[in-house]
Design a protein around this ligand. Structure first.
Ligand SMILES: Cc1cc2nc3c(=O)[nH]c(=O)nc-3n(C[C@H](O)[C@H](O)[C@H](O)COP(=O)(O)OP(=O)(O)OC[C@H]3O[C@@H](n4cnc5c(N)ncnc54)[C@H](O)[C@@H]3O)c2cc1C
Length: 387
């Protein structure tokens, strides 16, 4: 069995190009050296050095690398980087996803030339951090019910409302804020230092603790006419950004799953009970085999969706299949890993419970398990069950 790799039994690795493997290895090495030695402390303290990491991630070229242009290596290369970042921590991957796939993508896809020039280079280098404000306290799965409102005042816009659960909120330089207007839902590029804007943090989280989550409060925020994203009106604006970010999650969660699986294989070989390693018991082997199957299948699915994205055939329903399957299976893998590690599984000495609780957020954000199930149900039947 020497030729089989436990972390990649069916050799998905052979499908990647040399260039993809190189960027994957760069991300893996950086996470190993820079993130893994500290992430437990960040998680325990409920903080992450966002500014420092932003600079490093910018230098590595990991911000906006899925956008066509300089540094674009393809959707699979981008996905592999997301996977490696989330093998570190879902909070780290969320930081990069929100910056790249929500904030930068919104400006890239729908912004004016001025907005692109002002923000995209600084965000790519990590000199500016961005967030994406869609959700509100009473408006989650149904974003069309949002109350944040923008009204015109001469050429200016005046924004009022409160966004909730916003990743990177209080550390951001720029917020993409979605608001209702007389014309329909519009996106606004809001510099975070404008009068009337504040971003109090949400505390007491038991998940994604190594990630900043905030409210965005907009109290009579006055913005010039040029602050609106000119390229889109309506919910398709935020939904297409979410689709871009969900694609990264399809890959990312396989990183969290791999970390839990790898730790489980090692633990099962080392932990001795009843005079032999627990990995020698059939029940443990079944758990490991089931974890390996889902890890391999999920990575293969991510790869397939990645090539479809590169070929321009990826549709939102495909992304729902990947997000639902891979997040659900990653969470199952993390929970099984928790059991294999026994009492040790509940501590930060092992990465298991950290990943497990993180994945409880990932299965909720960017479309809940139920919403993606209903998107697939609609694709199968032509009947819409979620509204
Ligand atoms: C850590 C974290 C970070 C986040 N970051 C961001 C961010 O950066 N920007 C942002 O805008 N948002 C962010 N979110 C918000 C996230 O996108 C929402 O939590 C998510 O959309 C779900 O909304 P909700 O929590 O209000 O749940 P609800 O929509 O109230 O759902 C509650 C339950 O009801 C179910 N449900 C709802 N509608 C239906 C239906 N039609 N049929 C069946 N079941 C249904 C849901 O599936 C869920 O199980 C973040 C959330 C978390 C936890």
């Amino acid at each position: 069995m020497a030729d089989l790799k436990p972390l990649d039994l069916i050799d998905v690795d052979a499908l990647f190009t040399d260039e993809e493997r190189q960027i994957r290895d760069l991300a893996r090495e950086w996470v190993h050296d820079r993130i893994l030695p500290q992430v437990d402390d960040w998680f325990e303290r409920g903080e992450i050095p966002s500014r420092e990491l932003a600079k490093e991630l910018g230098q590595l070229g990991f911000f906006g690398m899925q956008l066509p242009g300089e540094g674009y290596l393809g959707a699979v290369a981008y996905g592999l980087v997301e996977l490696e970042l989330e093998a570190g921590d879902s909070g780290l991957r969320s930081f990069v996803s929100v910056q790249s796939a929500l904030a930068m993508f919104a400006i890239h896809a729908f912004g004016s030339d001025e907005q692109k020039q002002e923000w995209l280079p600084r965000m790519a280098s990590g000199d500016a951090i961005g967030c994406f404000g869609l959700t509100e306290a009473d408006s989650g799965s149904d974003p069309g019910s949002m109350r944040t409102h923008a009204r015109r005042d001469g050429d200016d816009w005046i924004l009022n409302g409160t966004k909730m659960w916003i990743t990177n909120g209080s550390v951001s330089d720029v917020a993409i804020v979605w608001a209702t207007t007389e014309e329909g839902i519009r996106g606004f590029v809001v510099p975070c230092d404008v009068p009337g804007f504040s971003a109090p943090d949400i505390h007491k989280k038991l998940s994604l603790r190594a990630s900043v989550t905030s409210e965005l409060v907009l109290d009579e925020v006055r913005l010039p006419a040029g602050a609106v994203l000119p390229g889109v009106v309506g919910l398709k604006g935020p939904l297409s950004c979410l689709n871009e970010a969900r694609y990264g999650i399809v890959w990312g969660v396989m990183g969290a799953a791999r970390a839990c699986f790898e730790s489980s294989v090692n633990y099962a070989k080392e932990r001795v009970q009843f005079g032999k390693p627990i990995g020698a018991f059939q029940l443990t082997q079944k758990k490991l085999a089931d974890m390996a199957l889902e890890l391999n299948k999920g990575t293969l699915l991510a790869y397939h969706l990645g090539r479809m994205k590169e070929q321009g055939t990826l549709r939102p329903q495909h992304v729902s299949i990947g997000k639902l399957n891979n997040t659900r299976e990653a969470l199952k893998i993390a929970r099984t890993a928790r059991g294999i590690h026994g009492a040790n599984g509940i501590t930060l000495e092992y990465p298991i419970m950290r990943h497990m609780t993180n994945l409880e957020s990932v299965i909720t954000y960017e479309g809940t398990e139920e919403v993606h199930t209903l998107v697939i149900g609609e694709a199968l039947t032509g009947l819409r069950a979620y509204a």
